[in-house]
Design a binder for this molecule. Structure first.
Ligand SMILES: Cc1ncc(C[n+]2csc(CCOP(=O)(O)OP(=O)(O)O)c2C)c(N)n1
Length: 377
């Protein structure tokens, strides 16, 4: 048979029927960030929860202000403030059960403190030390992660392992909008969805990765939409509405615990302060934008609801502020004590078997410290 005859005889057969592996419709986020405060649904929320959220938000804001002041007094090396983002921080901690795990990033000190970690220990890393300052197992809080998004695969690994062991544990991992561009973000979400790991990813979209605005970070319709590509639900929520963030996270935690797999939550919020005390935010954003977000302040939104429903009055607000002042005073007093540090720790916990150079440097430092001690006597 000639080639032309063969071609003529060729009748293409239709390919096997194709279907999407998962129906994408239920995974899609709402077109608008989900809100509760200021809507009719707010009236149906539990007063106890509202009051707890409020007290924690006020404490959180005061903690941010105090920690930032400590950087100016040379008591803290660096502080990435979460002022404006307190609702995400507090809701994340409150959405978890005691047996669950929190995986924070460097901006999430408030979530760590709201989970029960000592407020001074939570600042150890930012003050400068070789360890994280708190025992991760005590409150089930992983170390604050400075390398972007590396905490996400850790959270997936822990959650997957817990599931294999039959432990009823959920991991909640926090990351910034900039962190979603990291390879670790992709790998973590992909693994989590394939393994149906009990993880909740909370992206705090605060508008910037240092000076880089979201528009230069992604062309996606929203960060929550990224979930669909991995085969998990994406939820979009107003990150300044503490009740809405709590509800969405609590739902996602319940879903994960029941074996439903991971969820990606994008909380739309704003970083009111600079990236850290070492940053000048006026170089890349204007006052008008900041003022617009101040008018959508998480504490103000919640206080409006509480006072409107007669659940909180001036005296109540004063009592909450006094409690926050006491927290700040304690933080000030304890952070103003000089920590007892052993310079020899520089060489500990680096290598199981130190290199010859390190051994030489260690001996040199040891001799210098010894000479200093003798000189002081
Ligand atoms: C792997 C890695 N790359 C770069 C950095 C430097 N860096 C520190 S913070 C930051 C911006 C992160 O922005 P985002 O994830 O939006 O979190 P935010 O600081 O706004 O909370 C960058 C690039 C880092 N810490 N880790």
């Amino acid at each position: 048979m000639t080639v032309m005859e063969q071609r003529g005889a060729y009748r293409p057969t239709p390919p096997p029927a194709w279907q999407p592996r998962t129906d994408p419709a239920p995974l899609l986020p709402d077109p608008e960030p989900y809100r509760v405060l200021g809507t009719e649904a707010a009236a149906r929320t539990d007063p106890e929860l509202l009051l707890t959220l409020h007290a924690q938000l006020v404490r959180g804001r005061r903690y941010n202000a105090q920690a930032t002041a400590l950087t100016k007094q040379g008591r803290l090396a660096v502080y990435p403030s979460s002022t404006g983002q307190e609702a995400c921080q507090v809701a994340a901690a409150l959405a978890l059960q005691e047996r669950d795990w929190l995986f924070p990033s460097y901006r999430d000190t408030l979530a760590v403190v709201a989970r029960g970690v000592d407020p001074v220990q939570a600042l150890t890393l930012l003050r400068g030390d070789w360890h994280t300052g708190y025992d991760p197992y005590e409150h089930r809080v992983a170390p604050l992660s400075t390398p972007l998004a590396t905490q996400l695969p850790h959270a997936v690994g822990l959650a997957h392992a817990a599931r294999l062991k039959g432990d009823d544990v959920v991991a909640l991992a926090m990351v910034g909008d900039g962190g979603t561009s990291e390879g670790d973000f992709h790998e973590a979400l992909n693994f989590a969805a394939v393994w149906q790991a009990p993880v909740v990813f909370l992206v705090q979209n605060n508008g910037f990765a240092i000076s880089v605005p979201l528009a230069k970070q992604t062309a996606a319709p929203s960060l929550a939409h990224k979930a669909v590509g991995y085969g998990m639900p994406g939820r979009l929520v107003d990150g300044n509405d503490a009740v809405a963030v709590h509800q969405v996270l609590a739902d996602a935690v319940r879903h994960a615990r029941a074996g439903g797999g991971p969820t990606l939550v994008e909380a739309v919020t704003y970083r009111i302060d600079a990236h850290t005390n070492a940053d000048d935010a006026t170089r890349y954003r204007g006052d008008t934008e900041v003022e617009a977000w101040r008018a959508h302040d998480p504490i103000m939104l919640l206080e409006r609801e509480l006072t409107g429903r007669g659940l909180l009055d001036e005296d109540g607000i004063r009592a909450v502020r006094e409690d926050a002042e006491a927290l700040a005073a304690d933080l000030r007093a304890r952070m103003n004590q000089d920590p007892v540090l052993d310079p020899m720790d520089l060489f500990a916990h680096v290598y199981a078997e130190p290199t010859p150079q390190l051994l030489e440097q260690r001996a040199q430092l040891s001799a210098e410290l010894e000479a200093e001690r003798e000189g002081a006597q």
